[in-house]
Ligand binder design. Structure first.
Ligand SMILES: [Zn+2]
Length: 170
């Protein structure tokens, strides 16, 4: 059954507002991340779920000094939303909030670990917001695809972005 288009924004906004209260342990596909984006007026909200394997090359807790450093570097890098998304300069978007969590950052081991990211931007000139770039791809070659679900001024859109063209346009 197809969900009526008119209901989609409500459904997506609802799932975004719920966020990632619980760490998920469901299996994921390595190399495939997901992102939900909702644009309403000046506000851009988003939630990523990315396999830690795509970011670190492993899902076990770091063992060597190099692995420990790589995870610490990642944890500090993901504290800025610009690590994940980039907006057209003319839209004058400013980061309002970001949280980036993983069970691995908390020293917890499980079969599959994700990085769960929630972010919010406010854009002073939302009319100039016609695309979003994902610089994350260039930083993490193991991330091959990003499944995007978006609700914006032109309605709902679902597609899969690849590293060779990491730009969402509408
Ligand atoms: Zn995994």
């Amino acid at each position: 059954m197809k969900t009526p288009l008119s209901l989609m924004p409500v459904v997506l906004l609802l799932s975004l507002s719920i966020g990632h209260a619980e760490e998920k342990h469901a299996a994921h596909l390595h190399g495939l991340g997901t992102v939900e984006i909702a644009i309403e007026g000046k506000t851009v909200k988003g939630a990523f779920e990315i396999p830690m394997e795509s970011l670190l090359g492993h899902e076990y807790l770091p063992r060597t000094a190099a692995e420990k450093k790589a995870m610490a570097d990642l944890q500090s890098a993901v504290a800025k939303a610009s690590y994940f998304v980039s907006f057209p300069a003319a839209a004058e978007c400013k980061e309002k909030s970001i949280t980036a969590e993983s069970a691995m950052f908390a020293g917890k081991k499980s079969e599959h670990s994700d990085l769960d990211v929630d972010f919010e931007f406010e854009c002073a000139k939302p009319q100039a917001l016609t695309s979003i770039e994902f610089p994350l791809f260039a930083k993490h070659p193991r991330l091959g695809s990003l499944k995007v679900d978006m609700v914006g001024p032109k309605g709902q859109k679902s597609l899969t972005l690849k590293a060779k063209d990491p730009v969402l346009r509408w």
